[in-house]
Design a protein around this ligand. Structure first.
Ligand code: HEC
Length: 140
């Protein structure tokens, strides 16, 4: 069989399809929205604003710098929802305690779940791979 230009065309088409397919196998790093309740999260944003958490805390590194960034506190294996509830109830030397109603507390948690699902705030968890694309560092 002679090798013709059209064979090259078929090979390139096959490679194109294979590569496209391989890209879609790895799910995009967007997490499903179903992990939080949208309406409650919207209420939670108002709670976040009315107690002015942003004056001491950051979301995506923006905000006050007295306390830590809370964007991904929910999925942090050492922190999570329990720490948030405890911290708000009891406070520390540096952070005042807040007396939130149960509804406010639950909405606030939902809001923090939504910020968590929206992405990662810490740029140190990302690196540039050999193709020049930004990827999340899985090892950390
Ligand atoms: C007056 C500043 C201030 C305000 C206002 C404030 N915090 Fe804090 N927060 C801090 C500081 C400082 C720390 C770190 C305290 C420590 O480690 O002793 C902290 C810690 C936390 C932590 C634990 C974080 C971690 O990584 O351990 C959570 C959760 C938290 N705050 C939630 C909130 C929420 C929610 C609000 C709003 C209702 C709020 N904070 C309002 C100052 C504040």
């Amino acid at each position: 069989m002679n090798f013709r230009p059209k064979h090259m065309f078929y090979i390139l088409c096959a490679l194109f399809l294979l590569y496209s397919f391989s890209i879609y196998i790895k799910p995009l790093s967007i997490k499903e929205e179903s992990k939080f309740n949208k309406e409650k999260a919207a209420d939670g944003r108002l709670v976040w604003q009315s107690y002015n958490c942003q004056s001491c805390h950051q979301l995506y590194s923006l905000g006050g710098y007295l306390g830590p960034d809370l964007t991904n506190i929910i999925s942090n294996p050492n922190k999570g929802e329990t720490i948030v509830r405890a911290m708000i109830k009891s406070g520390t030397k540096q952070m005042p305690a807040f007396s939130l109603t149960d509804t406010e507390m639950n909405s606030l948690i939902e809001f923090l779940k939504s910020t968590d699902a929206s992405g990662k705030a810490d740029p140190r968890e990302f690196y540039i791979n050999k193709f020049g694309m930004i990827e999340e560092n899985e090892s950390e």
